[in-house]
Design a protein around this ligand. Structure first.
Ligand SMILES: Nc1ncnc2c1ncn2[C@@H]1O[C@H](COP(=O)(O)OS(=O)(=O)O)[C@@H](OP(=O)(O)O)[C@H]1O
Length: 352
């Protein structure tokens, strides 16, 4: 280094700076140092790239659950960017097909169930409803596409996805069975009359947000000509549970399907979650400490360490007032259908 010199000289009226770098080759020491530095930088660069591409960088401080439930919007966005998450995910995790699907029923508490079971460290939830088996455009993308929509999970974890419309869509049981005929399935059922009111409420608020006036529930539920229940109203048809359930039992064994009591899930989430843990073969982990009752919302919300989270504002909205005679008619209408379901599933509910 001591041989290194700066020299200034003029050429054509301009000042130039020159070093005696070349002359250092005379003893070779300077060039050797540069060479070593370049080689070291190249080696580090290559190792770094190999590590990134083979996902061997240990993000040991990033616990998988923290990533999924991390409330930081910035980080969530990064995770959602396929490119990013394909390269950066915790060591030993992969995207796997769901081993459990919550297949319905709409407005029976499917989101609450998914969020609550997701508190278990051995469960990874698909954040969004996939609608893979009920939407032909998605189904035609193939099973590999579906797998790639799943969250990263460790080998001992169970991936769960929920799409309530699976329950009522004809082709779905068969399609799921083609993927995995021994898959575990969960369905949440709620008093069918309450479900109709909840279904109506959802559409009512959607229309309200768009500034569209919506028919009164009585006008939809009651056939104006006969005065009887209008079975053309979709919300009513969905609540005739045995019609849909029958299709599932044609494809899957009864033992493969766990029925969660959606009414009890509201009142006592821990007891319902315990059934789910047993069904999935998981240790009992979720306790009363994972919940607190939010008086403003009128529902239980989840708690994990310092994180407290209620379901979104679209869950648990007050239902528009309905004339008691309509409720009575709905209860009467569903009674024989409920009886058929109870026989079919070998279980009863106090629904009317
Ligand atoms: N803990 C908690 N917090 C809020 N809401 C709860 C909870 N547990 C169950 N529920 C009930 O879930 C109902 C919505 O059901 P889904 O999640 O299946 O609806 S959806 O089909 O996904 O739109 C929703 O129905 P509505 O009350 O009619 O909004 C709730 O009653």
């Amino acid at each position: 280094m001591s041989n290194f010199k700066w020299t200034f000289h003029n050429k054509g009226g301009r000042r130039y700076v020159k070093t005696n770098y070349d002359c250092c080759a005379a003893d070779g020491s300077m060039r050797q140092q540069w060479k070593h530095a370049v080689i070291v930088v190249c080696v580090i660069f290559i190792i770094l790239n190999i590590s990134l591409y083979s996902n061997t960088i240990a993000w040991s401080d990033l616990n998988m659950n923290n990533i999924i439930y991390e409330d930081s919007i910035k980080f969530r966005k990064l995770l959602e960017q396929d490119q990013f998450s394909e390269k950066f995910h915790p060591v030993g995790t992969k995207r796997r097909f769901p081993q459990c699907i919550i297949f319905g029923v709409r407005k029976c508490g499917t989101r609450a169930l998914l969020e609550f079971i997701g508190l278990h460290p051995q469960v990874q939830n698909a954040e969004h409803e996939m609608h893979f088996f009920d939407e032909d455009e998605k189904y035609n993308l193939g099973l590999e596409w579906y797998r790639k929509q799943m969250p990263y999970s460790y080998p001992e974890q169970i991936t769960v996805e929920k799409s309530p419309r699976y329950f009522i869509t004809e082709k779905v049981p068969e399609r799921i069975s083609i993927m995995n005929s021994t898959i575990k399935l969960i369905v949440v059922l709620r008093n069918p009359t309450t479900r109709v009111l909840s279904d109506y409420t959802q559409v009512y608020y959607n229309k309200l947000a768009k500034g569209v006036t919506f028919q009164k529930i009585e006008e939809l539920v009651i056939d104006p000509y006969t005065g009887e229940i209008n079975t053309d109203y979709k919300a009513v048809r969905i609540s005739i549970y045995h019609h849909h359930f029958e299709r599932w039992l044609r494809v899957f064994k009864r033992e493969q399907i766990l029925i969660v009591d959606g009414d009890n899930l509201i009142l006592d989430p821990v007891s319902e979650i315990k059934h789910v843990e047993s069904f999935l073969g998981l240790e009992h982990y979720i306790t009363q400490d994972n919940f607190y009752f939010n008086k403003t919302r009128g529902f239980f919300c989840k708690k994990q360490g310092s994180m407290e989270k209620c379901l979104g504002a679209t869950k648990g909205r007050p239902h528009p007032g309905t004339h008691p005679s309509v409720i009575r008619k709905l209860n009467k209408f569903f009674k024989p259908h409920n009886e058929k379901l109870f026989k079919m599933i070998n279980r009863t509910f106090k629904w009317s």
